[in-house]
Ligand binder design. Structure first.
Ligand SMILES: NC(=O)c1ccc[n+]([C@@H]2O[C@H](COP(=O)([O-])OP(=O)(O)OC[C@H]3O[C@@H](n4cnc5c(N)ncnc54)[C@H](OP(=O)(O)O)[C@@H]3O)[C@@H](O)[C@H]2O)c1
Length: 331
């Protein structure tokens, strides 16, 4: 089968022929119709991720059809249109993942291929209102955003939320989920055109995080927010505390801009703020996210589609932060 293989850290992916996976009894083979890129794939290819094993086929997001099963008892799954839960071994505790936890697409071979094998309990029926490209955009980013917004962030109708860095794949889902429950949603971006696009999608206001006074402007215009969703960290993190209402929650799931150097303990304790970390989501979160997306008929923001043969161009596109939403790989 054709797959995009990361042979060595720092190299481009090599689109080549590799052996089709052989199935264990509890596994199914999914013919990938579309997959999607996450920042995780970029980090792994650059060597900026823990415990990297090569060679490997990256890709945590995928949607397609079940074409083979590891055991005749699973025959009823043949032909099903599915999306894949990229969690492996979350474990029993809803609060955090087990020590055996890993994510599809390193160390296990992932979805940037014609076929992927996964345990049968990792596949879920594709939401009917989504085509394969939209469905492929959903799993990892949708799961992370769902847990950040609801399980951890406890967002409620009418509350104010700021999504920091709206161009990101997870940020886009956080935005769509927050709008779907009737929150007031504010965004930041480093690019004016992304702020405009967010307004077109219904953002209440947008601010450029490169403007050093953006937080003062938000406070003057909005008067503070109840929830902040962040994946940047870095120097800008300190300003996020300044725009939070007393008792507010900040949920962080990433550190794109590195270490936080300017956090004020005084603001944190005086305003009784809560900073919460989150990663991916449990299998329960995944099921709840799928039900929510289906009920609200939420459609992922698919920015651009590349072919598997052109996957390195897709990586460059995301690495240069040109995306507004998800970048999908499809024939
Ligand atoms: N913990 C988890 O489970 C988990 C899951 C998914 C992702 N992540 C992490 O979360 C981060 C985002 O992932 P992703 O896949 O959504 O990435 P992505 O699609 O590549 O988006 C990254 C976004 O970060 C924003 N950004 C860059 N510098 C910023 C700054 N100084 N302030 C605010 N925003 C800034 C940019 O927004 P603009 O283009 O609008 O400026 C950019 O679009 C990555 O670090 C990733 O590893 C963690």
């Amino acid at each position: 089968m054709i797959a995009a293989v990361l042979e060595k850290i720092g190299e481009r992916l090599r689109v080549s022929n590799i052996e089709k996976p052989t199935l264990l009894q509890d596994e199914v083979l999914v013919e990938i119709i579309a997959s999607a890129i996450n920042h995780r794939d970029i980090y792994i290819s650059k060597g900026e991720y823990a415990a990297i094993k090569t060679p490997c086929v990256l890709g945590s997001d995928g949607a397609g059809k079940i074409v083979k099963v590891g055991n005749p008892v699973l025959n009823n799954h043949l032909g099903k249109e599915v999306i894949i839960n990229p969690n492996n071994n979350w474990g029993d505790n809803e609060n955090f993942q087990s020590n055996n936890y890993d994510i599809l697409g390193m160390p296990t071979y992932g979805t940037f291929a014609q076929f992927v094998k996964v345990k049968v309990d990792r596949v879920h029926e594709k939401p009917k209102h989504l085509n394969f490209k939209e469905a492929a955009a959903l799993p990892l980013a949708g799961l992370t955003a769902y847990r950040a917004i609801f399980t951890k962030g406890k967002l409620e109708t009418g509350q104010k939320v700021l999504i920091n860095g709206i161009g990101g794949g997870v940020a886009q889902f956080a935005f769509l989920f927050a709008k779907a429950v009737g929150a007031e949603v504010f965004v930041t971006s480093g690019k004016t055109e992304k702020l405009q696009a967010s307004k077109d999608m219904g953002a209440d206001k947008g601010y450029n995080y490169k403007d050093e006074n953006w937080h003062k402007q938000l406070n003057a215009e909005v008067g503070g927010v109840d929830l902040v969703i962040d994946s940047a960290g870095g120097e800008g993190f300190g300003n996020l505390l300044k725009i939070m209402n007393p008792g507010g929650r900040l949920v962080t799931y990433g550190g794109t801009r590195g270490k936080v150097t300017n956090l004020s303990p005084q603001i944190l304790f005086w305003k009784q703020l809560n900073i919460l970390g989150t990663t991916m989501g449990s299998d329960e979160d995944f099921k709840n996210m799928l039900a929510f997306v289906s009920e609200k008929k939420i459609k992922p923001t698919v920015d651009k589609v590349f072919t598997l043969a052109n996957i390195n161009k897709a990586f460059d596109y995301v690495n240069a932060q040109r995306q507004f939403g998800k970048v999908v790989i499809s024939a």
